[in-house]
Ligand binder design. Structure first.
Ligand code: 2ND
Length: 398
């Protein structure tokens, strides 16, 4: 895969692009109460290169793209403008993870099964991340959720077609690679198993193995955490195979589920990173153990409010404890389409309500780079680029 050189010039270009376009979105401010909303309206928080490790491709699609593809395919939607369709899709008030997962059904049938749409979504995703000042991103999705053949059951009420999960991965790889070349943000992908679909999981790990040279860096387990692995051994088998083959592993755990789900992720599934993990704090022994292990937590503040994972009061958010304890964590958007948010909103929230400083932002991005799933040499290059951009090393340039 094409390797980006993180030269200072490239980073400055990305940051300049970010300066021109990243703004706190009015809609996010609207549906947060005044004591919880970002206050720095149009200000750019942490206007430096960033690393994002937890964002769902199917939760980060442009609304315009959904409308365009629906029109081309002759699919009728409940709304015809970006503004109206946004209101149909987004979570308006804090609810439950289950309610939130239901939002995908508003639009996934438009994108799934369509080659052009899938590649376009991947390409545009990289452009959007570049505009946010992200220099490296790991984006995740379920190949099965975007397919319409060789998947059982066929999702989103689609009729059977000829797009398999395997081809979905190839299309996303192409879109990401072309996006990377055009926008100079490095993008890799993580393939998701879904908690309620253990029979897909072996397939997912096989796809991770097949496409590890073409941008796929890890396996994930997403969906409803109430469905644990004892009851669904398919996930355990897939993760065992991932360990055997050296495929990196992350798991959604402790987002809404109890600390036992986090423990299972670490001990049974051999997770190297935890998606969310807020509820780890409820088990001080486990929390201490994971701090000692330097486990990475992929935290998503705006998401945690709207999925009901955490209290709406950001001043009491678990992230504050992780920060105070110098835990290894990152800040991420999760599903910016559904929260009508951007990475800037997550940073803005951390600044305004959690007291994050410039130093905290630098530190968490360095943690993200250290915990990313790139091969060692590329990770070293990424880290070096951050150190330079943050003024932590003397430049060798004359
Ligand atoms: O925050 C989340 N928790 C659990 N599952 C999630 C979350 N965001 C998205 N997903 C699910 C729905 C997507 O279709 C799937 C793959 O990206 O992952």
């Amino acid at each position: 895969m094409h390797t980006l050189a993180y030269r200072a010039g490239a980073i400055e270009a990305v940051v300049a692009a970010a300066l021109g376009s990243v703004r706190v979105k009015g809609s996010v401010r609207r549906h947060l109460s005044s004591s919880m909303s970002p206050v720095s309206s149009n200000a750019i928080v942490f206007n430096k290169p960033k690393v994002e490790l937890h964002v769902h491709l199917d939760g980060a699609i442009r609304v315009q793209t959904i409308l365009d593809v629906a029109e081309r395919r002759g699919i009728t939607l409940p709304a015809s403008t970006v503004e109206q369709m946004t209101q149909v899709i987004i979570v308006q008030t804090p609810g439950s993870l289950t309610e939130f997962l239901g939002r995908f059904a508003e639009y996934m049938h438009v994108i799934a099964g369509d080659r052009e749409a899938i590649k376009r979504v991947a390409y545009e995703f990289v452009e959007d991340k570049a505009k946010e000042g992200v220099v490296y991103v790991e984006v995740r999705y379920s190949p099965h959720f975007l397919a319409n053949t060789q998947v059982d059951p066929i999702p989103w009420n689609q009729t059977e077609g000829d797009l398999s999960p395997d081809e979905v991965v190839r299309l996303v790889n192409e879109g990401l690679r072309e996006g990377e070349e055009a926008f100079r943000t490095k993008a890799r992908s993580i393939l998701c198993c879904m908690r309620h679909m253990p029979k897909w999981s072996m397939d997912v790990v096989e796809l991770c193995k097949r496409y590890r040279e073409e941008g796929v860096v890890a396996i994930d387990l997403a969906g409803d955490e109430s469905l644990n692995c004892e009851a669904y051994p398919g996930h355990k088998n897939a993760y065992q195979e991932a360990v055997r083959c050296g495929i990196h592993r992350t798991v959604h755990a402790g987002e809404v589920g109890p600390p036992s789900v986090v423990q299972e992720a670490v001990e049974v599934l051999k997770a190297e990173r935890i998606g969310h993990g807020y509820r780890t704090l409820e088990d001080p022994t486990l929390y201490k153990q994971l701090l000692q292990q330097n486990m990475h937590f992929e935290m998503c503040p705006v998401s945690s409010k709207f999925t009901g994972a955490c209290s709406s009061d950001f001043t009491q958010h678990p992230i504050i404890t992780f920060r105070n304890d110098k835990a290894n964590f990152s800040l991420n958007t999760d599903d910016p389409l559904i929260f009508n948010s951007s990475l800037h909103d997550d940073y803005s929230t951390a600044l305004t309500f959690m007291g994050f400083t410039e130093q905290d932002f630098q530190r968490l991005n360095i943690c993200a780079a250290q915990s990313c799933f790139l091969p060692a040499e590329e990770k070293r290059e990424l880290l070096q680029s951050l150190y330079e951009a943050y003024g932590m090393v003397q430049s060798t340039a004359f």
